[in-house]
Design a protein around this ligand. Structure first.
Ligand code: FES
Ligand SMILES: [Fe+2]
Length: 376
């Protein structure tokens, strides 16, 4: 059946197979998640020397640990002896070393091989050469971003550049001092949908009036559906009677100290491809990290970050968290509702983007360029 001709208002989406085909997902793992900077853990989750977390990055398990000097390091979670996974836990704390539970090869927190049974009897072993495989790591916004590529792409261009492209300059995001904020709440969502459906959903507001009543009450321009929020430098203004970015528009917390009057009472959304969304509002920052685990499953970890005084004082952030938590539930429900249809013959050629969604085709073009095909 030939594809239905599109009218000028409509642009084709990716075909359904892009969201269901394991080969497409594998290419995305190789060329996106294992090749680009991937936001892995919040730095403050690793309290002191010896704290570690393990995260799934593409097909690899990665250990992020704080070394003796208090700096973050990242390694592949694979023992260099015969390959046992070093850490099975999602998080933990060791004293000074990571010890493989199989034959007890032991690595310090900079990844060096420091001990192994009978190591002294094998003086020819180059301990440096058999250290853990290190992974590139950068910290930004208070998160550790890792990159599995031998030669990572420019962090400035591919990560910070996304904020600059959206906000017009780097200073605008820096003023929220995200790296100094404290974690008010973390909610993890296990979404039965392809990660691209979540990105596409986040990029458009055509659905806002239908599924986000609370959000539209706070940000009335979202009711229009046009992605005005995506014009460079534009943040969606709070409604006149709205006091704060809370579930009923009631009072939030004090505006973060360096946020400018132009940024106050506005909401900015930034997509840092491939897996991060940052939402900036005057009194907090909401940061989503996606962990695409399969073509039809994505775990999303969402952090609500507030001024340290707010969290330190034990203030109740529920009212504030509830707004975007509802938005998340509303968004993920439609993503899950969409995922099964990706395998339907009705969607073999894909769907369509209306004008207020046309910019999503730039994401599709970027994907095709990076992964070399849609699998259709
Ligand atoms: S596999 Fe790790 S010590 Fe042997
Ligand atoms: Fe939404």
């Amino acid at each position: 059946m030939p594809p239905t001709p599109l009218s000028p208002s409509l642009i084709a989406t990716l075909p359904g197979a892009s969201y269901t085909d394991p080969d497409v997902f594998r290419r995305e793992q190789e060329r996106l998640f294992e090749a680009m900077w991937f936001c892995a853990v919040r730095s403050a989750d690793l309290g002191g020397p010896g704290a570690f977390r393990t995260v799934q990055v593409g097909r690899e398990s990665v250990i992020v640990a704080r070394n003796g000097a208090g700096e973050l390091r990242a390694f592949l979670n694979v023992c260099r002896h015969r390959g046992a996974r070093l850490c099975l836990e999602e998080s933990g704390e060791v004293r000074r070393t990571l010890r493989c539970p199989y034959h007890a090869w032991t690595y310090d927190l900079d990844g060096r091989l420091v001990a192994a049974p009978h190591l002294a009897k094998m003086p020819d072993i180059d301990r440096a050469a058999y250290g853990l495989v290190t992974v590139h790591l950068r910290e930004w916004l208070g998160y550790a971003w890792v990159c599995l590529a031998g030669e990572p792409p420019s962090f400035e261009e591919t990560v910070i550049g996304a904020a600059v492209e959206r906000l017009g300059d780097a200073a605008s995001i820096e003023r929220y001092r995200t790296e100094e904020l404290a974690l008010g709440r973390r909610i993890t969502y296990d979404v039965k949908a392809n990660w691209k459906l979540i990105v596409e959903n986040f990029m458009e507001c055509y659905h806002c009036a239908t599924i986000h009543p609370e959000l539209v009450d706070v940000l009335p321009e979202f009711a229009g559906g046009y992605a005005a929020q995506y014009y460079v430098g534009h943040g969606a203004a709070f409604g006149e009677d709205v006091k704060g970015f809370t579930v009923d528009g009631g009072e939030g917390f004090g505006t973060l100290p360096e946020v400018t009057p132009e940024q106050d009472r506005r909401y900015y959304a930034i997509t840092v491809k491939p897996t991060v969304f940052v939402n900036l509002v005057p009194d907090h920052v909401i940061l989503h990290r996606m962990f695409p685990l399969a073509e039809d499953r994505t775990v999303v970890e969402c952090d609500w970050l507030y001024a340290p005084e707010v969290v330190g004082s034990g203030a109740d952030v529920s009212h504030s968290v509830e707004l975007f938590h509802r938005v998340n539930l509303q968004d993920f429900a439609v993503c899950e509702r969409t995922q099964p249809a990706m395998a339907s013959r009705a969607y073999r050629a894909g769907g369509v983007l209306v004008p207020s969604e046309h910019h999503i085709s730039l994401f599709h073009a970027w994907l095709l360029e990076k992964t070399g095909g849609s699998g259709a």
